[in-house]
Design a protein around this ligand. Structure first.
Ligand SMILES: [Fe+2]
Length: 193
């Protein structure tokens, strides 16, 4: 059995959104070599493993066992992000997982996602690699959409909105993800994109 598989190298490289060329440049080797490893026409010299793991942002153990997905999900998968909003001052806290956060002297409950309803429908249009996100929703001081966010596995794009603005923003498309909208009266809504 080989100590590392081409499939794992390819998955890790793609997870980092790197091309074979980018990875080979980082490792200062030829891009043909990466292609060779990924198609299992050759395996990395054992002396290169440490540098390969470093360039792929995993530990040597993760590279060799292929058990990186479990580890990375545990530490930070933005699609599992949680939001907390302070009911007193409106402060928004975004976390990669559940935790205990307090603001204005109270412990904040984690926001639960509400059932879809027509009044909070999030409209998403893809225009030139960007999502144009908008909603037809009140924007008064008492009742408004307080933020929009777009979470993909490794990153969160977050837009704070204020009363009297329109509910609209642009997000750079980055693969599968979830778009969230938070109404200060009715809660958190989401749509998968
Ligand atoms: Fe609302």
């Amino acid at each position: 059995m080989s100590y590392v598989t081409g499939k794992i190298i390819k998955e890790l490289r793609e997870r980092k959104n790197m091309t074979q060329k980018q990875l080979s440049d980082k490792m200062q080797i030829s891009d043909k070599t990466i292609s060779k490893w990924e198609t299992e026409r050759g395996l990395p010299d054992i002396g290169l493993i440490e540098n390969l793991a470093k360039c792929l942002d995993v530990s040597v153990a993760e590279l060799l066992t292929g058990e990186y997905a479990v580890n990375s999900n545990r530490s930070a998968n933005m699609r599992k992000a949680k939001f907390y909003v302070c009911p007193i001052c409106g402060n928004v806290i975004q976390s990669t997982g559940e935790g205990t956060f307090s603001c204005c002297g109270i412990t904040l409950p984690v926001l639960q996602v509400e059932e879809d309803d027509q009044r909070h429908e999030i409209q998403v249009e893809l225009i030139d690699h960007e999502y144009y996100v908008h909603m037809n929703h009140a924007m008064s001081k008492e009742h408004y959409i307080s933020f929009l966010a777009y979470a993909t596995s490794d990153r969160m794009q977050f837009v704070k909105l204020y009363p009297e603005q329109n509910v609209e923003c642009w997000f750079t498309k980055r693969g599968h993800g979830t778009i969230y909208a938070y109404c200060n009266q009715h809660g958190l809504y989401r749509v998968n994109v």
